[in-house]
Design a protein around this ligand. Structure first.
Ligand code: NAD
Length: 369
């Protein structure tokens, strides 16, 4: 579709054509979960329920948590240990590893060669761990992907669809802005983590920018603490992803805006030479309840450009989690050769994260990284 034909395309048909639809896989493999924490309960399991992905078993070092999660979501088997889970499932299941970054490598070592695995982000706690994860996956001939799921959020898939149709022209400006209050206390492990904001949050945006624009030439960053959240490594970041002098890609986050909802905001704005999209990330605001998302677009017009809104059939949480698991399932079924979120690609997101911390540490007054 080009801009001329778009003039006769009604908003209704555009809305239908780019609408997000839950992927339906003909024969989804059984999933076994390792980890039953907050994100598994809030997003993985609700997503799999929506998509009809069967969950065959679960294990967590906190057995009570695993049993409680299994009861809530009707998971038939709770394993007492990882060895038992592996013995029972072999290479038949998809392993869904959802534990803190520091625990990933040890778990992967215990999974069977040739297995299919989805690894929760981050891919380890730094580039060295990411590299070790990559090499382990290669040595064990695993088909492994990382759960950088913002790539598959319904509103991002809609935006990608419009970009692929050429509706926005050449993409030349990408801005991700987050000014919210994030209750970090929900993630206890972050209080001992040597890195926080970029590694555990802005990493999603870095991955998204890479997914849309490819790898940057360079990264410049500043990531800092906040007086009222001083026991966390950093909670605010400014990241510039350098794509030369025609494309701007900036990520600005402040998770310490504890002044009510009135001026909280979180959006992804994509501008091209002939159109733009602005997506409100409602789930980040008033966290964890969230507020509605919004998808707006505008196309260049000889008259006055007019912003229009399109409906979104889903949100980041949980729908995007269907996309990352679907990639592993499709690879297992032989529908695709490698998942889009393969560790071979996601290592580059980790390298960008490392470059951001390296840049930040070159600046004065940055906490030791
Ligand atoms: N959007 C996202 O993709 C998103 C959002 C939140 C969290 N996460 C990631 O998910 C991971 C877990 O986050 P969470 O919010 O569920 O944390 P959580 O603290 O609520 O849960 C982590 C769980 O992992 C279990 N665990 C730890 N080590 C284990 C091991 N060796 N074997 C089995 N179980 C183990 C813990 O007992 C705990 O139940 C983190 O890496 C985090 O970055 C991703």
């Amino acid at each position: 579709m080009n801009i001329a034909s778009l003039n006769i395309t009604t908003m209704k048909s555009l809305s239908d054509e780019i609408a997000y639809r839950i992927p339906r896989l003909p024969a989804p493999s059984p999933i076994v979960l390792i980890g039953s924490g907050g994100i598994v309960q809030a997003a993985h399991l609700p997503a799999y329920r929506l998509a009809g992905f069967p969950v065959a078993g679960i294990f967590d070092i906190d057995d009570a948590k695993a049993r409680n999660t299994a009861a809530v979501f009707g998971i038939p088997v709770v394993y007492d240990n990882l060895q038992e889970l592996v013995k029972k499932n072999g290479v038949e299941a998809v392993y869904d590893v959802a534990v803190p970054g520091s625990a990933i490598l040890n778990i992967l070592e215990q999974l069977p060669d040739h297995s299919f695995v989805l690894i929760q982000k981050p891919m380890g706690e730094n580039e060295a761990q990411a590299q070790a994860i990559l090499e382990l996956c290669r040595n064990k001939k695993m088909t492994a992907g990382v759960n950088f799921q913002l790539r598959y959020a319904p509103y991002i898939l809609m935006a990608k669809n419009m970009i692929a149709r050429g509706m926005l022209g050449d993409i030349c400006d990408l801005e991700i802005y987050v000014n919210v209050y994030t209750p970090w206390q929900l993630w206890k492990f972050l209080y001992s983590a040597p890195r926080v904001e970029i590694l555990y949050h802005s990493i999603h945006y870095i991955d998204l920018v890479r997914n849309l624009l490819g790898d940057p030439i360079d990264i410049y960053a500043r990531t800092i603490r906040h007086p009222k959240m001083a026991d966390l490594h950093s909670v605010r970041s400014n990241i510039i992803m350098d794509y030369g002098d025609m494309v701007r890609a900036n990520i600005l986050t402040n998770h310490a805006h504890d002044f009510g909802l009135h001026n909280q905001d979180a959006y992804v704005k994509i501008e091209g030479t002939t159109g733009a999209i602005k997506i409100k990330l409602g789930s980040l605001m008033n966290y964890p309840t969230g507020i509605p998302d919004r998808f707006e677009y505008v196309l260049s017009s000889p008259e006055q450009a007019e912003w229009k809104q399109l409906p979104i059939n889903g949100s980041w949480f949980p729908h995007a989690f269907i996309g990352s698991m679907a990639e592993i399932m499709k690879a297992k079924a032989g529908e695709i050769a490698i998942p889009d979120n393969t560790v071979e690609d996601c290592i580059h997101t980790m390298r960008c994260v490392e470059a951001a911390y390296a840049s930040a540490s070159r600046l004065r007054n940055t906490p030791s990284l």
